[in-house]
Design a protein around this ligand. Structure first.
Ligand code: SF4
Length: 343
């Protein structure tokens, strides 16, 4: 029997609704969620492919490249932790986790005096941000990054703004940027130059939408621009994580990693995000849904419930708290359950 269940896309911070199609209880595909207020029936290819991780999920734990029983692998992690110097243990938290999981990861790290590192794309949490409707209704939209390609359902709002008469100013360093195709004015220099050159065109009804900056000073400049702003993160719950854990810049994370002997990675691909020689770390333990660059070099992998198998909540880029429910049942442990066993 075919069934359709509503959930959220886990693949970026836009917070699109997505339908999951089940046949006799087995997930077989995704389908646009027509009435969802964020994306109104559209999903990008990343969203449509977001079930791939579920379909390729780890079914057992891996220790030293050999599959093993999950409970035994968790006991191995406990042993590693009990013999480690807390100051050389680092916990990587991630915007891939739900609010509830981030609280648990933070409490765990703090109670053991471990370092905690969380990367928010070198962006930050602004007190007030533009809504997606603000983007559509803006007179001028300043776009930093190839949002039409990387966050297409925000990109769609930028296209609507243009159709509504807005002028689009775009900065992208990407060759063949999709966003530049719709821009009235294009740039490929630094964020500082882009903001300085367009200063006179930014007014109260403008919106700056961005998914990267070159330096922390750019964030101050964006904040002082005198218009609404919308940072868009690469992970579904980075905005929520920012309310719980202080972020670190890439340089600060590298500093922490340089003093790390035991690295615990909670549902993140830190190897993909941070340019560091991870071979310098004695032991890497990943709590992961499916294979990524970090699990490939991990000494221990503990499988965790995927987002389709658990309840939770994410905060999307415009600050809305979005709850989601498990779409399928699972015997896998959640990160919260695993942390309970490590305590
Ligand atoms: S724009 Fe982001 S949240 Fe929306 S479907 Fe694409 S990846 Fe998912």
């Amino acid at each position: 029997m075919l069934e359709i269940k509503h959930t959220l896309c886990p693949s970026c911070s836009v917070g699109c609704g997505i339908n999951v199609v089940l046949n006799d209880g087995e997930i077989v595909g995704t389908f646009p969620y027509k009435r969802h207020p964020v994306n109104a029936g559209k999903n990008c290819s990343n969203g449509r492919n977001s079930i791939d991780c579920y379909q390729n999920k780890f079914e057992s734990a891996v220790v030293s490249k050999s599959e093993t029983d999950v409970e035994k692998a968790i006991a191995d992690v406990s042993k590693e932790l009990s013999s480690a110097d807390a100051s050389s243990v680092t916990v990587i938290c991630s915007g891939n986790n739900s609010l509830e999981e981030i609280e648990a990861i933070k409490d765990f790290a703090e109670s053991k005096n471990y370092n905690i590192a969380f990367y928010a794309d070198d962006l930050k949490d602004f007190d007030a941000v533009a809504s997606y409707d603000d983007v559509e209704g803006a007179s001028n939209v300043f776009v930093i990054g190839d949002l039409l390609y990387e966050n297409p359902l925000i990109g769609r709002r930028i296209v609507h703004a243009k159709q509504n008469g807005a002028k689009i100013y775009a900065l992208s360093k990407v060759d063949k940027s999709v966003t530049l195709n719709i821009a009235d004015e294009s740039s490929n220099g630094s964020v500082q130059e882009f903001l300085d050159n367009n200063n006179a065109n930014i007014d109260e009804s403008s919106v700056i939408v961005f998914n990267y900056v070159d330096a922390q000073e750019d964030l101050d400049k964006i904040e002082a621009a005198g218009c609404k702003v919308l940072p868009v993160f690469s992970k579904s719950n980075t905005k929520g994580a920012l309310k719980i854990v202080d972020p670190k810049s890439e340089a600060e994370i590298i500093e922490v990693l340089n003093n790390t002997k035991l690295l615990l990675v909670f549902n993140d691909d830190v190897v993909e995000d941070i340019d560091f020689d991870f071979g310098k770390i004695s032991k890497i333990i990943s709590f992961a849904e499916c294979e990524n660059e970090t699990t490939k070099i991990s000494d221990i992998i503990i499988p965790i419930k995927t987002w389709l198998e658990k309840d939770g909540s994410f905060v999307n880029a415009m600050g809305e708290n979005q709850a989601f429910k498990a779409v399928v049942e699972s015997d896998a442990l959640s990160e919260i359950e695993i942390i309970g066993k490590l305590n």
